[in-house]
Design a protein around this ligand. Structure first.
Ligand code: 2IP
Ligand code: CA
Length: 366
């Protein structure tokens, strides 16, 4: 059977979730994770912290696994972190996922103790085939899909602060966590290189289902939106609620919140860009609006593809206001080079129902 990119992305995401979980459940690794970069126990040999290493390792693992099956995509699989680690003496180590667990462990042992290196390498090289009933039926992708025209943005761990601290605080709204492990997501988004349009997304919550102390199972959402194929496992009904509900960063600008309140919205405040976008996908909220440029391509590509498969989208906040019409976020590589940023610098508005944009644009333009 032909390998299926959606299933491969789901498997890669689950492997990422396993690595993220093992870093929290293994005592030696957790100690490294919560270690203060500047504290006396800090990893003095390297200027990056362990959190960054976990991110890089997950990112490089996903790259290797996807490129092995879809070599045409190899050069366009990108993430937040660079795989180069430089120590205090200016010596550089590149995190390389090897052919075998032994090779990878050897590379990691340049930075970590041997036990930690072996545990992590074991996860990197474990075969993962994630097949839960909740995934639904994964469609066969079109035969003529040009894989060399597809690029990938990876956020190995979104909500890193929540990942490290782990403490949960809940909002007044059912199912919506304000901070905590539920706000942590793994985001893998695929976009079309010639158009900059996001076409496939996988979002996983590695800590969604707590089975036991330190034992969690992921909840995985996927969506595909190609010209002749729209599918997803996100057919949620909008829960009954009196008012429209918006979700925001706790640092959102007060004047903007005031405008949105005047439109009849209630507010929930939560951490994690991927987590907030996911709440729009599940329709637990109607809107995620961020007026600042504090998210990046890797935060939005995956949820935007899923939202598009549902008839929703993620728009540029300031771009839409200045054009007086909804302008979707784009992943065109030439724009990125021109603007010299991977940031969604004009903010964003994520909606499942795009007709909500009319009201917002009329009222926020002023
Ligand atoms: C962060 C993370 C933060 C979010 C910020 C993202 O990514 O999702 O939670 O801020 O925009 O860039 P906020 O929670 O205020 O929305 P990362 O954790 O990968 O740095
Ligand atoms: Ca992020």
């Amino acid at each position: 059977m032909e390998p299926n990119l959606i299933q491969q992305l789901i498997n890669a995401t689950e492997k990422a979730a396993n690595i993220a979980r093992v870093c929290r459940s293994n005592e030696a690794l957790l100690k490294l994770l919560v270690q203060e970069k500047t504290g006396p126990e800090a990893n003095a040999r390297f200027e990056h912290d362990f959190k960054t290493l976990a991110d890089v390792l997950i990112q490089e693992t996903i790259k290797r696994d996807i490129a092995a099956v879809f070599p045409a995509m190899r050069d366009a699989i990108k993430g937040e972190e660079s795989p180069n680690f430089t120590n205090a003496d200016g010596e550089s180590t590149v995190i390389v996922v090897g052919e075998t667990a032994e090779e990878t462990a050897q590379c990691l042992a340049a930075i970590l103790n041997v036990e930690a290196a072996e545990v992590l390498a074991g996860e990197v090289h474990r075969d993962v085939a994630y097949e839960e009933a909740l995934l639904g039926e994964i469609p066969v992708l079109p035969k003529d899909l040009d894989y060399s025209n597809l690029g990938i943005w990876i956020d190995p761990i979104d909500g890193t602060a929540e990942y490290i601290s782990g403490d949960s605080i809940f909002t007044d709204f059912p199912g919506i966590t304000s901070t905590g492990l539920d706000c942590v997501t793994v985001l893998v988004g695929v976009y079309e290189r010639t158009t900059g349009i996001p076409v496939i997304g996988v979002v996983s919550q590695p800590f969604h289902n707590k089975l036991d102390e330190n034992v969690y199972r992921s909840l995985v959402f996927w969506g595909v939106c190609l010209p002749d194929l729209q599918a997803n496992n996100c057919q949620f009904e909008r829960p009954a609620r009196e008012n429209r509900l918006g979700i925001f960063s706790s640092s959102e600008n007060g004047d903007i919140l005031q405008h949105i309140m005047e439109l009849g919205y209630e507010f929930a405040f939560a951490a994690g860009a991927g987590h907030k976008a996911l709440k729009v996908i599940t329709w637990e909220v109607d809107l995620y609006l961020l007026s600042k440029g504090s998210t990046f391509k890797w935060d939005t590509c995956a949820p935007q593809a899923i939202l598009r498969s549902l008839g929703g989208d993620i728009f540029s906040y300031r771009g839409s206001i200045s054009e007086c019409k909804p302008i979707p976020l784009s992943y065109l590589e030439e724009d990125e080079e021109k603007e010299n940023t991977k940031c969604n610098k004009d903010g964003l508005v994520a909606v499942r129902d795009v007709s909500l944009m009319d009201d917002l644009l009329t009222n926020l333009a002023g």
